[in-house]
Design a protein around this ligand. Structure first.
Ligand code: PLP
Length: 393
């Protein structure tokens, strides 16, 4: 059957093949350790679950305004004030069915055919596809490993053309775990203002920051930058609410209005019950958020130490999120593989450890491991990779 061009051009998720294979092995009775997860392994905190139950029992099970319930927008506005000192009005906020859908909707309203969006590599897998679905053109700029996988203002400026509409900044980053400092954001922001381009600031990992690092939103740096920035955030990662599908965008009222219009014809609204749960997530205690952050940090410290001792591995210490992104090309070569993709496949076959090859993130020498799983399993996974290396070297 002939399908629309827009979907035939879609690249299937690179993580899908390995996940499918891991599932297959698991179903066949193998003891597979999956380190591909993009979601916290904790339950959603109890008070949030209770708020959802109350909402259901109170009959809050009907359509809501397309852009989200007024009290939820207020809770989001409060959150921005509390955490970042940013002031938004309800007309500058839209609640969507997850941050992913907020991004999708944003590109749909922002881009015309051929408009360019600068995407730093390594990137989150959905950015290029979402840009292409909006008929935009992704323009990749390499965040080199020597610069903590971050792009420089010079690189950004060199990539800007008359067609550039926006740049995406994802800090803390999936897959690298790196965080842009205030100074780095200031310098990138100046280039954006000079060339009058939008900044799409994906801050979904805002709450997962470790050590002395801090999360700064580029929108905090000046009123001019706030005007050009659309912040994307949500509760999936911070409150362990991936399945509830609540995310949001904050920024220019004209953009938000267009997004709300589009949402009114596509989703109608995010799930009412999940919206009430999110009000509780933001207005209630933030203790579980900090507890989860500490647990991730503890795992990171243990596992990073072990990982760098694997022959042929080099790994910058992540500053946030819950991924490690080691360079494994030497490890692959030491064991007779030309590519990290092939090496990852062999590790899954022989050791039953599922890693995600960096090729899907635009960085084929690296491999992504999620530490959103217990320390026991993480340690076991590293031991298995070690024994694979010892056997094959
Ligand atoms: N942005 C990044 C960088 C992500 O890693 C993810 C989820 O993996 C999302 C956005 C989407 O989050 P949500 O579950 O709210 O759609």
């Amino acid at each position: 059957m002939k399908l629309a061009k827009r979907v035939s051009a879609l690249t299937p998720s690179s993580t899908l093949a390995i996940t499918a294979k891991a599932k297959e092995l698991k179903a066949a009775g193998h003891d597979v350790i999956g380190l591909g997860a993009g979601e916290p392994d904790f339950n959603t905190p109890q008070h949030i679950l209770e708020a959802a139950v109350t909402a259901m029992n109170d009959g809050q099970t009907k359509y809501t305004p397309a852009g989200g319930l007024a009290p939820l927008k207020e809770a989001v506005i409060e959150k921005f004030k509390r955490d970042q000192g940013l002031t938004y009005s309800p007309s500058e906020i839209i609640v969507c069915t997850g941050a992913k859908h907020a991004l999708y909707t944003l590109f749909q309203v922002l881009l015309d055919e051929g408009d360019e969006v600068i995407i730093p590599t390594p990137y989150w897998v959905s950015y290029p596809e979402q840009v292409k679905l909006a008929e935009g053109t992704p323009v990749f700029v390499e965040g080199s490993e020597n610069n903590e996988f971050k792009i420089t203002p010079e690189q950004l400026e060199a990539a800007i053309t008359a067609k550039t509409k926006a740049v995406i900044i994802n800090s803390p980053s999936n897959p690298t775990g790196m965080i842009y400092t205030r100074e780095e954001l200031q310098a990138l922001g100046e280039v954006c203002l000079k060339h009058d381009i939008f900044i799409v600031s994906d801050e979904i990992y805002e709450k997962l920051v470790y050590g002395q690092n801090e999360h700064v939103s580029i929108a905090q740096l000046s009123p001019a930058l706030k005007e050009k920035t659309i912040i994307i955030n949500g509760v999936s990662k911070s409150h362990s609410m991936t399945g509830w599908r609540i995310g949001y965008a904050a920024g220019d009222a004209t953009v938000i209005k267009a997004m709300t219009n589009l949402a009114s014809h596509s989703t109608s609204n995010p799930t009412s019950i999940a919206q009430y749960a999110t009000i509780a997530a933001y207005n209630g205690t933030q203790e579980p958020v900090e507890m989860m952050r500490q647990a991730f940090e503890e795992r990171l410290n243990v596992i990073h130490e072990k990982l760098i001792n694997i022959p042929g591995f080099s790994c910058l210490k992540p500053q946030g999120a819950f991924y490690l992104f080691p360079n494994a090309i030497e490890a692959a070569k030491l064991t007779g593989f030309d590519t990290v993709d092939a090496w990852v496949e062999a590790i899954l076959e022989e050791e039953k450890v599922a890693l995600v090859p960096g090729s899907g993130f635009g960085s084929p020498e690296n491999v992504r491991l999620s530490y959103a799983t217990s320390l026991d399993l993480l340690e076991k996974a590293v031991e298995r990779i070690h024994s694979f290396m010892t056997r094959h070297m």
